[in-house]
Design a protein around this ligand. Structure first.
Ligand SMILES: [Zn+2]
Length: 593
């Protein structure tokens, strides 16, 4: 059903019934308001006066391509996202009293779909849709980890295709196979780019139950085709001004249809793009709570901050010496040129939308080895006064007053910057040459993020030695490292960032780096224990990554991932009282939504 027919349907409906009450399944303003009251609203505006004429003209195409990523992302998260949004729009349009529906639209925007995280950190539908499942909409809804593991153990030949990061998993049914073959017929370019896909689909036995993988390129072909068109048009506009950017856009457009991101990654990471940059496609796997392997779609349109980017380039020469000092024995050669830039976010879409402070891509270990990884520091998020004030309130609610002034905006900027660079350092493959996500499955993200947090903290004293920091600058980096570990609610098992932060908190606590003060019972930081504690934990994480042993990783996480209501619960309660906001809703001046 298209927008128009939905709207007409809703208009007919509204003429036959009073709209005083919401239909079943829609949350009322009484239910939604507390969540929205706890949401910090930030609008990012970026001065784009320095763009070239061609860059300015290309904006509309790049944003249109971004919207397609956004819609695909919502569909990946929930099978009814797009239809539920249409129904909500129609309901809003016809509602006499719009408070309920305005709130629901805000909640949908915040949640990027019909499932919201409540103030108790539960995931619940606020529109009349089915409950969320761990595999979201990229696996059969009833598939469990146990069934999947048993299935691939019996059929090892299918493991690689089913675990592919850019393929959805379906059950073998006559309807599914027929629909996929029909789509393949409609998109001959996808057929041509995926050798063997047609014969594989044709060979499936519809009478035998089982699972099969369908490349995103086929499953989402109509949307990806449309996105490629926008990228190609933007490339044609940008060609004379920014040929590297144009080449990247053409490569990335093709990548969408091939499902192989190598050409786009290679032409993106270290190229010269002038004033704009675009992160585009499916990269991060955080939303896959079933197996942690499926990538979700995103786009970020970014404007380069030339002055801040140049200031960073100088300190990058220290990377090899930091790598060489890390507490492990398998040091690698680090690129002398790490493409790190400071950007202001123009607009984010899909998985990238939110208050993310930085990005480093690609994740693919082979691409990173061959081409490096681009680091995009998101300046207007990191230096947003509203976001910093909110963070500081939370920190101040948990820390002894003697430590409050140690937290600064620059400290957060630098800790984040070195977290991203931390992804460049340390272990990138297991001892026996496997990729970390292959070896460690759902624990891979967890350990990788923890490593990067710790490398950032580990590097701080060295940065002081070389004059990058004065003592206050380093202390601010350290203070932000503690702020980062504070949890305002108990994390759910599938939240890699929050759980690894909680584990750091527990380690730091047991190590005596942080401890409650006698007078206030609030936390104090023993800065003189900092480097030792960080070194010890980092050594353990690097060892686990290098070993690539799933069971060892599980034991490590079980050892450190705990929550004690008397300790963590009490601190969380303090922070909940001290800080107003639990969520951040980011809007973009350039988008009129
Ligand atoms: Zn990271």
């Amino acid at each position: 059903m298209n927008n128009r027919t939905t709207l007409i349907g809703a208009l007919l409906l509204s003429s036959t019934m009073a709209m005083a009450e919401l239909p079943d399944g829609y949350w009322t303003a009484e239910q939604t308001q507390p969540i929205l009251d706890a949401t910090l609203k930030v609008t990012l505006g970026v001065d784009l006066a320095h763009l070239t004429a061609a860059e300015t003209r290309a904006l509309a195409e790049l944003l249109a391509a971004g919207w397609i990523m956004h819609s695909l992302y919502e569909d990946q998260l929930h099978p009814e996202a797009n239809s539920a949004k249409q129904a909500l729009d129609a309901l809003h349009y016809t509602a006499a009293e719009k408070r309920d529906t305005t709130n629901l639209l805000d909640l949908y925007y915040l949640s990027k779909g019909p499932i919201v995280t409540t103030l108790d950190n539960e995931r619940l539908p606020f529109l009349p849709v089915v409950d969320a499942v761990p595999g979201k909409n990229v696996y059969p809804p009833d598939l469990t980890r146990e069934e999947f593991d048993a299935y691939i153990e019996a059929r090892p030949g299918q493991t690689a295709s089913l675990l592919a990061e850019r393929a959805i998993v379906r059950r073998v049914t006559a309807e599914n196979i027929a629909a996929d073959l029909e789509m393949l017929g409609q998109y001959p370019a996808v057929d041509a780019l995926h050798t063997g896909l047609r014969s594989k689909l044709e060979a499936l036995d519809a009478n035998a139950s089982g699972l099969y993988a369908v490349p995103y390129a086929l499953a989402y072909a109509p949307a990806l085709y449309a996105a490629k068109k926008h990228l190609d048009t933007a490339a044609a506009i940008l060609e004379p001004d920014a040929p590297d950017f144009a080449a990247y856009l053409r490569n990335r457009g093709r990548d969408l249809l091939s499902g192989d991101y190598e050409s786009g990654d290679a032409s993106w990471v270290s190229a010269e793009f002038r004033n704009l940059n675009l992160q585009f496609g499916s990269y991060e796997t955080y939303n896959d709570s079933l197996l942690g392997v499926k990538a979700f779609y995103s786009a970020s349109l970014l404007a380069r901050d030339e002055e801040k980017s140049r200031a960073l380039a100088a300190v990058m020469t220290e990377l090899q010496s930091i790598e060489d000092s890390l507490p492990y024995e398998h040091q690698k050669r680090v690129r002398s040129h790490v493409p790190v830039g400071v950007y202001n976010v123009v607009a984010d879409f899909g998985q990238a939308r939110g208050a993310n402070t930085a990005t480093i891509l690609p994740n693919d270990a082979d691409h990173a080895r061959k081409y490096g990884r681009i680091v995009l520091i998101r300046n207007n998020i990191l230096t947003s006064p509203e976001i910093f004030e909110d963070r500081k309130r939370r920190y101040a609610a948990a820390l002894d007053p003697g430590f409050h002034e140690h937290l600064t905006m620059d400290g957060g900027f630098n800790r984040t910057l070195w977290h991203e660079i931390g992804h460049y350092l340390g272990v990138s493959a297991t001892a026996d040459g496997r990729g970390l996500s292959e070896a460690l499955a759902e624990y891979a993200d967890f350990l990788e993020e923890m490593k990067s947090d710790l490398v950032s903290l580990y590097a701080a004293p060295r940065l002081q030695t070389i004059g990058y920091y004065d003592s206050e600058g380093m202390r601010a980096h350290y203070a932000d490292g503690i702020r980062r570990t504070l949890q305002v609610v108990r994390p759910r098992p599938e939240q890699p960032y929050q759980n690894m932060q909680l584990m750091q908190f527990n380690f730091f606590m047991e190590y005596g780096l942080i401890e409650p003060s006698d007078e206030s019972a609030l936390l104090t930081i023993n800065y003189d224990r900092y480097h030792e504690a960080v070194s010890e934990l980092l050594a353990e994480v690097l060892l686990l990554q290098y070993a690539g042993d799933y069971e060892l990783a599980r034991e490590f996480i079980e050892r450190w991932n705990y929550w004690d209501e008397m300790v963590h619960g009490k601190l969380a309660e303090r922070m909940q009282q001290g800080a107003r906001y639990r969520n951040t809703m980011v809007r973009y001046g350039i988008l009129d939504d």
